[in-house]
Write a protein that binds this ligand. Structure first.
Ligand code: ADP
Ligand code: ADP
Length: 571
């Protein structure tokens, strides 16, 4: 530690909570934990538990009991009177509530032991009431509202002893506890620290905002992106963190900037959430917090109105910042002045100035979808490259062309023609042909309904992996059952799944009988032959229908090529 190290603001409520048990006590508790009744907790509760354990939610040291919970809902205060705007609860199904247990073991989705909890309180809660009071809405367009309907009907609370924090394997070098962040910030030697919260890639506008804020307070900057749960549909955290790392590496002053990841599960609660974010950042050592436009806002409600006003979060901060000990640094929306080549707050834009802006929708549709790099005035080239790589244009995304139809309908033949046509255009493709798959991937499977389904789901699984890696896969199996085809569709992802119905009447297939199978089936030598004595269910809304009695195999394949072009899968 250098001599310039300074003391940071004390954690909220005075001391940093630490619920993590180590050493002999942990070993003893682990042994007991296996004997206690288990409670499996959700991903959201796991994130909450992690922040409770490391002190991110200090002074809160447990999932809320009845007294804290009720007062937080109506007054944004814990029973002690301290401001705390967001309820932190652990819910359980009535049927799963252990009877007569003093302690329970909290486990994650994989049943790993996370913590033991003394069962001190059990109480009912009302999702509609909580939504109304905390989110200010019960509109199902709010991302938390439909989720809350799936939380369980009882809340449980009590003393916690955390035995295993969630284990991460990504970006471990910048996942830090409040104590670790405090130590780093303390060493930087600035008493003032400003934290910046984000759930999006950082563009020039955000860089400008954070640098201005740090200069204004003459202190250190904590870039503190949320990597727990954000708004569904956000850019995934792997991509985001790659952009943050590149930016901090190349464009920030390393002597006064800390990049650290926050495993928070956001509620998208707007003004209340802003206050909560500030309290959390105080626990990480910040005494200032950036609040811009529409902080933690979830967008528009069912009638197209924003859930929260653009500056409501700032108003909330102004009202309470003295009390929570975290001063807000507030910005109006920044805009780019084209002629001057700089950013400015909307209120300070000179009259007649030319303003440039690219909306989130434009980023997706006008740039990424077209394989176009975002311009340098909008985002750093490193960020532009990473986003383009993570969101390739349609023609570089994966696609599954799924043929279905009777035996001898023409699936393999058309698949072969299609493969050559795609290769000619520079698109590699893998063919998963039903007959071929049955010689290795599905060797040993027969033709009972169960075996046929297993075969299709295996093909669907492999197809899904290929598509996930942006590959092209052509599946050609009879796939007679609608529901099983649908399952495969879901495994691959509907956006990337194209059903091609090779529609050939059974009489024609039987007349072709290239493998002599229909004749054998008619003689009774093969049992359960599709179309003869086994069902075939037509697809209801296939993307492409090929009537092979009216066209050649080349024409059939060409029909698919045209469809792929229309959808943007081929350039
Ligand atoms: P999978 O890849 O199917 O998940 P795992 O290797 O993860 O398989 O094991 C599945 C579960 O079985 C895990 O919870 C693991 O701890 C448990 N298990 C039980 N016995 C063994 C064993 N001998 N080797 C590996 N895992 C075992
Ligand atoms: P599947 O894979 O559906 O069982 P195949 O492609 O193996 O069917 O066999 C279809 C047979 O029908 C081939 O012999 C093919 O030459 C013939 N055929 C005739 N017209 C067409 C057409 N328009 N499209 C596809 N195949 C056709």
């Amino acid at each position: 530690m250098t001599s310039k190290a300074k003391d940071l603001i004390a954690p909220y409520g005075g001391t940093l909570v630490n619920l993590v048990i180590e050493g002999d006590e942990r070993a003893a508790l682990l042994a007991q934990a296996n004997a206690y009744p288990s409670v499996q907790i959700s991903q959201r509760a796991l994130h909450d538990l992690e922040l409770l354990a490391t002190g991110g939610f200090s002074p809160l040291d447990r999932f809320m009991g009845q007294a804290d919970y009720q007062r937080v809902l109506t007054e944004m205060r814990l029973a002690s009177g301290l401001l705390f705007p967001i309820p932190i609860t652990l819910t359980i199904d009535k049927a799963d509530l252990p009877t007569r247990a003093e302690w329970v073991t909290l486990r994650d989705a994989r049943n790993y032991i996370i913590a033991v909890m003394r069962l001190e309180e059990v109480f009912r809660w009302d999702p509609k009431r909580e939504a109304r009071l905390v989110l200010g809405t019960t509109d199902p367009r709010h991302p938390l509202v439909p989720e809350m309907d799936h939380w369980h009907d009882l809340c449980i609370s009590g003393e916690l002893k955390v035995l295993n924090l969630p284990k991460y394997y990504d970006f471990v070098d910048i996942r830090r506890t409040p104590a670790e962040v405090r130590a780093l910030l303390g060493q930087m030697g600035n008493v003032n620290v400003i934290a910046f919260q984000t759930r999006n890639p950082l563009h020039r506008i955000h860089e400008e905002l954070t640098k201005r804020a740090a200069a204004q307070i003459e202190g250190s900057l904590l870039i503190h992106p949320v990597v727990g749960m954000t708004k569904p549909g956000d850019v995934d955290h792997f991509t985001r963190v790659r952009t943050y790392k590149a930016l901090v590496e190349n464009y920030y002053d390393k002597a006064s900037t800390v990049l650290s990841l926050l495993p928070l599960a956001m509620r998208m609660a707007g003004p209340r959430e802003a206050l909560w974010h500030a309290i959390i950042r105080r626990n990480y050592g910040a005494n200032h917090f950036v609040v811009g436009r529409d902080h933690a806002g979830p967008g528009n409600d069912s009638v197209g109105k924003p859930f929260y006003g653009p500056y409501e979060a700032q108003e909330m901060m102004t009202q309470y910042e003295a009390e929570i000990g975290v001063k807000s640094v507030q910005f109006q929306e920044l805009v780019y002045l084209q002629d001057e080549g700089r950013y400015e707050e909307t209120g300070k834009v000179p009259p007649d100035a030319k303003i440039a802006n690219i909306s989130g929708t434009q980023v997706r549709d006008d740039y990424l979808a077209k394989g176009k790099l975002l311009p340098e005035w909008f985002t750093r080239p490193e960020t532009a490259e990473i986003l383009l790589e993570a969101y390739p244009p349609r023609y570089k995304q994966g696609v599954c062309i799924w043929f279905t139809g009777l035996s001898g309908a023409g699936k393999s033949t058309i698949a072969q023609a299609l493969t050559a046509m795609l290769l000619e255009r520079g698109r590699q493709a893998t063919v998963l042909d039903g007959d071929v798959v049955r010689t290795h991937l599905s060797k040993g499977l027969g033709f009972s309904k169960e075996d046929r389904d297993t075969n299709i789901l295996r093909i669907g699984f492999v197809a899904g992996e290929i598509v996930r890696h942006n590959g092209t896969v052509i599946c050609a199996a009879i796939s007679p059952y609608r529901s099983t085809r649908n399952e495969a569709r879901l495994m691959v992802g509907e956006e990337h799944f194209i059903t091609v119905f090779v529609d050939t009447p059974i009489e024609v297939c039987e007349q072709r009988d290239i493998k002599g199978m229909y004749a054998r089936a008619r003689r009774g030598e093969i049992k359960g032959f599709t179309g003869i004595d086994d069902p075939y269910e037509d697809p209801q809304n296939p993307e492409v229908v090929i009537k092979t009695v009216e066209c050649t195999p080349e024409e059939g394949a060409h029909q698919i090529v045209v469809y792929l072009e229309q959808r943007g899968f081929l350039q």
